[in-house]
Design a protein around this ligand. Structure first.
Ligand code: SF4
Length: 359
């Protein structure tokens, strides 16, 4: 059975209400002969994202393929997700119960992992109640996800964090992307006081001096603004892939973030090449810096091109020895404490920037 781009094997369980349109009469319900119309129930080997025809006449359709040939098609009248469907429980019902949220994420993982990223996005947006935020840095993966969201008209809060230190090419791509999809992307900025305090204490490029200073800069310019971007959300869509680095190998399709959010990585099992192919095939605008060896996109002073064979994230904070190369957006416990320490003045009082950065 094919729905949109998805294809699943299935078995016809029931045939009902068969009509022979040539005779305008009911036919034997035991089989669906050529040109007959009937109601059938199909049990699929794997879940698939689908709309009901009443919800969306354009996408609520299916094509039946038997032995490689199109054998028919029809409208999706109802969907019974079976006993092992994604649970009814929704994130907002779980509230502060972290164990419940972890169990919900585990069940979502099981159901979303076999699907195409586009279908994962549809399921996630349908199953997770409340606000869902997608944060983009206009990297290759983020551009692919945004395309999938726009293609399916999924109503998601798309946000970027403008650290103030991005590449000119990234700003140009931001404009180009908004023009292409006809949607404004919400920008969140660092708090002025936090940046001023950092620059006062460490210097404008003080992040090169120590890891602590670098984490403090990332905290002021990225992590704290992210907390505001995600305020009130129950789901967070990100462009992580498991093979981006050793540190990200454990990336799952859905995880529970330290903030108590469902963190969703629809491309978790795609290779960079697969994302590239998808972007090329769909004419998705991408950052021209990728062609010059800039693979993982971040702030201009902290990102360099990588050489062939180098790990993808080797170009981020390349002067540091620690192989984790994270800024704290995806591993708060690594960065938060150190960043706060670096932002605290010598007397032990928290500076204006530090207070904000530790939020
Ligand atoms: Fe600051 Fe560099 Fe982190 Fe950007 S990547 S926030 S410039 S340390």
């Amino acid at each position: 059975m094919r729905i949109g781009m998805a294809e699943r094997r299935g078995r016809i369980e029931t045939i009902e209400n068969v009509i022979d349109p040539g005779e305008l009469a009911k036919a034997a319900p035991s089989e669906l002969a050529r040109n007959h119309i009937g109601e059938i129930e199909i049990e699929l080997s794997q879940p698939v994202g689908a709309d009901l025809h009443v919800q969306n006449p354009r996408t609520g359709r299916l094509v039946l393929d038997v032995a490689g040939r199109i054998a028919g098609g029809g409208l999706i009248l109802s969907i019974d997700a079976g006993t092992d469907r994604v649970p009814e429980t929704r994130a907002q019902d779980i509230g502060a119960d972290r164990d419940g949220l972890i169990a919900f994420a585990a069940r979502l993982n099981e159901h979303l992992a076999p699907l195409h990223p586009r279908e994962r996005l549809e399921h996630f947006c349908r199953e997770v109640a409340g606000k869902i935020v997608f944060t983009t840095s206009f990297g290759l993966e983020d551009q692919a996800i945004l395309h999938m969201l726009r293609e399916r008209s999924l109503d998601i809060d798309v946000v970027t964090i403008d650290t103030g230190r991005l590449f000119p090419e990234t700003y140009a791509l931001w404009t180009e992307t908004e023009r292409k999809y006809g949607h404004r992307i919400r920008a969140v900025y660092p708090r002025q006081g936090s940046v001023e305090a950092f620059v006062q204490r460490h210097g404008i490029d003080g992040f090169y001096d120590t890891v602590d200073a670098r984490l403090a800069c990332c905290h002021a310019r990225k992590v704290e603004p992210l907390a505001r971007a995600l305020a009130g959300a129950s789901g967070w869509i990100v462009g992580l892939r498991a093979d981006q680095s050793d540190h990200r190998q454990e990336t799952k399709v859905v995880a529970v973030d330290e903030r108590g959010l469902l963190k969703f990585s629809p491309l978790f099992d795609w290779s960079r090449q697969a994302v590239q192919n998808y972007a090329e095939y769909n004419g998705i605008p991408v950052n021209p810096l990728h062609e010059r060896g800039f693979v993982s996109m971040g702030c201009a002073p902290c990102t360099r091109a990588i050489a062939p064979g180098e790990p993808e994230r080797a170009g981020r904070w390349w002067w540091e020895q620690d192989t984790k190369r994270e800024c704290g957006l995806h591993s708060r416990s690594d960065a938060g404490e150190v960043a706060q320490r670096a932002a605290v003045g010598p007397t032990g009082t928290t500076t204006k920037g530090g207070s904000s950065a530790g939020a």
